[in-house]
Ligand binder design. Structure first.
Ligand SMILES: NC(=O)c1ccc[n+]([C@@H]2O[C@H](COP(=O)([O-])OP(=O)(O)OC[C@H]3O[C@@H](n4cnc5c(N)ncnc54)[C@H](O)[C@@H]3O)[C@@H](O)[C@H]2O)c1
Length: 250
């Protein structure tokens, strides 16, 4: 089992990509702290992990609050005595509105969660990883970290920022034996995508725009997360691995 005795924190782990990663880590024997804005651990997730070799705990956090993040790390260490892997999957998309009309309130929220919140999580984890002299981080960015995304000015800005933060921290911490990478999903079948737009024609167009002519499955993104978190990726740092059914090739 690849992650036996490894302790993993997954922000946004209660849903979609983070939830799929929690299930895969548990199948590989990991202990997982699901840290999410939700009120309680997702029932399906709890059930799935109870049938695996892994363990799971839940903490309610808002990644935009540094005190929540410090508490998340302290609780994880008090339960399992250490912490090895951080997966930053918490994120928000916001409405689809063209740039000149984009609401400032939504802009600020997206940057707060996707950029500042993710930085808070990296910052708190890295302080611990430096002392431990080991640890790895996988940030969930997006193809919108490499491409423009019509109607999503703040989201595209935030995901370009995640790619930039990943590269910067990777250089800073390489000498400490700490690797930091990102996964950039294309359109993936999760509550974020399903809740984003009630416009069925738009969702169909997104699938059509993907060379594989389908949405990704959360597990397909999760397997890239596990690869980057594993020792087999020991010489990979600062990369943004695109998992998108060929979307970015066009
Ligand atoms: N679904 C896609 O098509 C897609 C594509 C590219 C990138 N992504 C990225 O993947 C990540 C996961 O998205 P998903 O599709 O699984 O979405 P999702 O909505 O299913 O899951 C996101 C989770 O993050 C949590 N969350 C949101 N704000 C939070 C906050 N302030 N503090 C703590 N938790 C918070 C939510 O409660 C939810 O459980 C996001 O960063 C998203 O931007 C998704």
């Amino acid at each position: 089992m690849k992650f036996k005795d490894k302790v993993v924190i997954i922000t946004g782990g209660n849903s979609g990509i983070g939830k799929a990663a929690a299930i895969l880590f548990a199948q590989e024997g990991a202990k997982i702290m699901v840290a999410d804005l939700a009120d309680a651990l997702d029932i399906e997730l709890a059930d799935s992990i109870s049938k695996s070799d892994g363990e799971v705990r839940f903490i309610k956090v808002n990644v935009t609050k540094l005190s929540d993040i410090q508490e998340m790390i302290e609780q994880t260490i008090s339960v399992w005595g250490k912490f090895d892997i951080l997966v930053n999957s918490a994120g928000v998309l916001g409405p689809r509105i063209r740039t000149e009309k984009y609401p400032e309130e939504d802009f600020d929220k997206i940057i707060d969660v996707n950029v500042k919140g993710l930085w808070y999580c990296m910052k708190a984890a890295l302080r611990y990883f430096i002392e431990q002299r080991s640890g790895t981080i996988v940030n969930i960015a997006s193809v919108a970290g490499h491409l423009g995304m019509v109607g999503h000015i703040a989201y595209a800005a935030s995901k370009h920022a995640v790619v930039g933060m990943t590269k910067t921290a990777a250089i800073e911490f390489a000498r400490h034996g700490i690797r930091i990478n990102a996964v950039c999903p294309g359109f993936t079948q999760t509550p974020m995508l399903e809740g984003a737009d009630t416009d069925a024609a738009y969702l169909e167009a997104l699938q059509y725009a993907t060379p594989m002519k389908r949405f990704g499955k959360p597990e397909e993104i999760a397997s890239a997360i596990l690869y980057l978190a594993a020792d087999e990726a020991s010489f990979i740092t600062g990369q943004s691995v695109i998992v998108d059914g060929g979307l970015i090739l066009q």
